[in-house]
Design a binder for this molecule. Structure first.
Ligand SMILES: Cc1cc2nc3c(=O)[nH]c(=O)nc-3n(C[C@H](O)[C@H](O)[C@H](O)COP(=O)(O)OP(=O)(O)OC[C@H]3O[C@@H](n4cnc5c(N)ncnc54)[C@H](O)[C@@H]3O)c2cc1C
Length: 816
């Protein structure tokens, strides 16, 4: 084992580390530019004396390298600057195993980045940033067809990728050749020669980086997503044979004909790694062959999907009432409509959105924050527009359908936005199938054309929220995201790959512990390389906003009214929040009451009427209508639009009761926060299906039972411009959000140990730390809320030092 290099290493050392890493992984490895420049200059010195490079070229090269590095280390929140000096972009699980082993052996600390939305900045605070955006494969499968215990990559059968040859490129090429099956598919090799693996979807290349494989929940033999891809191809060609009798776990898969079943065949099949041939369909369709496979291969869809041009409006689906429209520049504008005042709002909302000038809902020009490139070209505006044009007739009545779940399986490079876009379309195609087998099995039970969604947070966040929270519009109906996880693939600090699911509990030992702990705290235990979660049909949602002016004198009464309407046993169909949000000056702050009702419209109207009954202020806008769930999800992205790259803080907590005292302090805090930041305070109805996890024997994850029983969630979102305000802003909402119960784990930032304990409960935290010590005795994964919870003191702010930042990040940080 080598000694830990002095950090940050000297340029030459850094290049040597990068070269070693390049030899181990198929994905790209980037070096922090300053060191890269120095190393290059030193290496080029003798040559340049005799043959100087053409003017302009070295600078250009440096700029490109700097920009590439910056694009991988950029966070949604620019207050937290990166300290990492290497970036690795894994293409598949085996690459992740290689990086983990490398970091452990070299005493380097990895930080894992999926979406890059955590405002604590952990995903860039390590020595080696592992950018997971390349693992972006998605599929949607019927539970009967899903085979548990499958590995995403064949990590066990191939020889180790360690080589002593000097030429890193040739070593990498050899490695790729060694683990690429002799595939006839041209697209596979094309993808591998892509200049930036982080910009392509997960490769099917297989490699072995010396990790061991541990699986639970399946008696299947060696299996992989390579076999899966191969099987998709076979299914398409109609050559797929029937199941080889794999035994599923959890939902008790006894797969009949399934590409997953096929994938559980011999190791040699697992090495067959050709990518599926392009399908002619414009969007996912069921494949009908001798044995239809109910899996939608995302990349093929992406390649062939040609969405129509985006209109400038977003999220509007033809309803008649007043609504927010996105103009060609600026933020929201307000249009008069039914049931609203004729006066426009005194501000246009662009201030809240940070003054963004773009009108697109998808912000295609926005810097890539690390969120998945999957479906990157498919803007939600386009998707919303497609909804009207292409949505098949659906017959499913609005409601909660816990028994009709499909399984969405995806890599951590898939952000929530992409996940929704995919499961929506694939779900519609799934339900609309007229395949006789599906009917015979009762899969197609009247939900023709209904889009499907995994319960998740609103946009835009990355997939870490799937394992630590995922509190959103579907939570009260179906639970938090991690309540809906049926399987996880996780690489632990020793380089082992664990596939954990419900059957892990019965197996006991470390697998059982991991299955319990990962649902709530996965980032503290290892690297998540695949998530499989339930997706449910959401035919439509009756949802929208009531907007009223904010006044410190009337707001308490309005919040009390909101609380009283939501008293008692509120149906799970209802999501409701109340948001205090900044306008450009104190006269233009507003109160937004948002609701989303999953049941019949008439029942939802009852709540709208009850909430509208408060008469302390005139209603500025009332816009509640039936819409697609995608449109509803998009509403939050609209509010946050333009916030990327600004200085952010997100603090949250859970509460049992919304007392009059807390209401008074909410209003007081909101007014106080306005002096230095744009603040949004959110009160959300919690409970519902989240409570199911606290039932005895619920076999839920590690979230504290008391937190599951909480009645409301509260959150403070702030954004500001001036870095001199960092400490003040980051700390200013703490008093209000420092609740006895702590927040859902996805909202844990840099917290004291007490605060982390308040989220999990003391007993659960002790067990969590015990599991952590067992699977990560050296504390390799320390850039997470558990890693920072070592003291009873509040933790320092995110790293805002510019010392280690790249020049462009320094420039970004310096703006005020
Ligand atoms: C504007 C905004 C809105 C939000 N809204 C919601 C909401 O509606 N509901 C909700 O529940 N939460 C919400 N959150 C919180 C959000 O869910 C968390 O910040 C979440 O961690 C973001 O996921 P990410 O993948 O973008 O995180 P990242 O910043 O990439 O990572 C966060 C943490 O997870 C680790 N990590 C990342 N990828 C992996 C991986 N593959 N394996 C293991 N560890 C990994 C990182 O090292 C880091 O510790 C919001 C946050 C912001 C900034």
């Amino acid at each position: 084992m080598s000694l830990r290099p002095a950090l940050p290493p000297e340029p030459a050392q850094l290049e040597a580390l990068a070269a070693q890493l390049r030899a181990l992984v198929a994905g790209d490895v980037l070096v922090r530019p300053a060191a890269q420049e120095a190393a290059a200059a030193a290496a080029a010195a003798p040559a340049s004396a005799s043959a100087p490079p053409e003017a302009g070229q070295p600078q250009q090269k440096t700029d490109v390298a700097a920009e590439r590095f910056a694009s991988h280390t950029r966070l949604f929140n620019c207050a937290a600057l990166p300290s990492c000096f290497l970036v690795v972009c894994p293409r598949h699980t085996a690459d992740v195993v290689a990086v983990v082993n490398f970091c452990r052996e070299h005493h380097l600390s990895p930080s894992i980045k999926s979406g890059g939305f955590s405002t604590a900045g952990w995903s860039t605070s390590g020595d080696v940033l592992v950018d997971m955006s390349g693992l972006s494969r998605i599929s949607l499968t019927h539970p009967d067809e899903y085979v548990f215990g499958q590995l995403s990559s064949a990590t066990s059968s191939a020889p180790a990728l360690r080589s002593s040859k000097n030429d890193a490129n040739s070593r990498r090429r050899k490695a790729e050749e060694a683990f690429d099956s002799p595939s006839p598919s041209a697209s596979a090799s094309k993808r591998r020669s892509s200049p930036d693996p982080c910009d392509v979807a997960e490769s099917s290349a297989r490699s072995n980086a010396g990790g061991h494989v541990s699986r639970s929940g399946s008696s299947a033999g060696s299996s992989s997503s390579g076999a899966l891809a191969s099987a998709v191809e076979q299914a398409e060609n109609g050559t797929l044979s029937s199941a080889s009798g794999s035994t599923g776990a959890g939902a008790g898969s006894t797969a009949g004909t399934s590409i997953h079943s096929r994938a559980s065949g011999s190791p040699s099949e697992a090495k067959t790694d050709s990518l599926p041939a392009p399908a002619p369909a414009l969007r996912p369709t069921l494949r009908h062959g001798a044995n239809p496979a109910y899996v939608f291969e995302h990349e093929r869809w992406q390649r062939h999907h040609n969405p129509p041009d985006s209109p400038s409006s977003c999220g509007n689906n033809g309803g008649s009432s007043a609504r927010v429209q996105l103009p060609t520049s600026g933020g929201f504008t307000w249009r008069e409509g039914q049931g609203m005042t004729s006066s426009p709002l005194p501000w246009d909302g662009s201030s809240l959105a940070g003054g963004s000038s773009g009108a697109s809902c998808d912000a295609p020009g926005m810097p890539h924050s690390g969120a998945s490139p999957a479906l990157g070209h498919l803007s939600l505006a386009q998707e919303a527009a497609m909804g009207g044009q292409r949505r098949p007739k659906q017959t499913l009545a609005p409601g909660i359908y816990t028994k009709r779940a499909l399984y969405a399986s995806f890599g951590p490079g898939v952000g929530i936005r992409e996940l929704d876009a995919y499961t929506s379309e694939a779900g519609k195609a799934f339900g609309a199938a007229s395949d006789s087998k599906a009917k015979e099995k009762g899969w197609n039970n009247g939900d023709e054309g209904a889009p499907y969604f995994v319960p998740a947070s609103a946009y835009p966040v990355g997939s870490t929220s799937m394992t630590t929270g995922g509190f959103g519009f579907l939570t009260r109906a179906y639970g938090l995201s991690f309540d809906n996880i049926v399987e996880l693939e996780l690489v632990t600090a020793d380089g082992e790959v664990h596939v954990i699911n419900e059957s892990s509990t019965a197996r006991g030992g470390v697998e059982a512990d991991l299955w319990w702990a990962a649902r709530g705290a996965a980032p503290c235990l290892g690297v998540v390389t695949r998530i499989t979660a339930k997706a449910y049909p959401v035919s439509s949602v009756f949802s929208g906003n009531l907007i009223l002016p904010f006044s410190p004198s009337t707001a308490p009464s309005l919040i009390q009214h909101w609380r009283d309407v939501l008293k008692g046993d509120v149906p799970r169909e209802l999501y409701a929040n109340l948001i205090l949000t900044s306008g450009p000056d104190s006269r233009s702050h507003v109160v937004v009451i948002q609701l989303a009702w999953l049941g019949a419209r008439n029942d939802g109207e009852t709540f709208v009427q009850a909430l509208s009954a408060w008469s302390g202020e005139r209603v500025l806008l009332k816009d509640v209508q039936e819409k697609s769930f995608l449109d509803q999800q998009q509403t939050v992205a609209q509010v946050l639009r333009g916030g990327e790259g600004r200085r952010w803080s997100v603090r949250a907590g859970l509460i049992e009761a919304l007392t009059d005292e807390l209401i008074a302090s909410t209003v007081h805090n909101f007014v106080a926060l306005q002096t230095h930041a744009r603040a949004v305070l959110i009160l959300e109805l919690a409970g519902g299906a989240v409570r199911d996890g606290s039932a005895p024997n619920a076999n839920a994850g590690c979230l504290g039972n008391e937190n599951r029983e909480a009645h409301f969630a509260i959150a403070a979102l702030q954004q500001w411009d001036n870095k001199t305000e960092d400490s003040r802003c980051a700390a200013s909402a703490d008093g209000w959000t420092n609740t006895r119960l702590g927040p859902y784990p996805s909202f844990l930032e840099r917290e004291s140990r007490q605060r982390v304990a308040a989220t999990f409960g003391r007993e659960n935290l002790e067990r969590l730390l015990e599991v952590k010590r067992r699977v990560d005795p050296q504390g390799l994964f320390k850039h997470n809320f558990l890693g920072s919870a070592t003291s009873d003191e509040p933790q320092p702010l995110p790293n805002t030092s510019v010392e280690h930042a790249t020049p462009s990040q320094q420039a970004e940080a310096g703006r005020s």
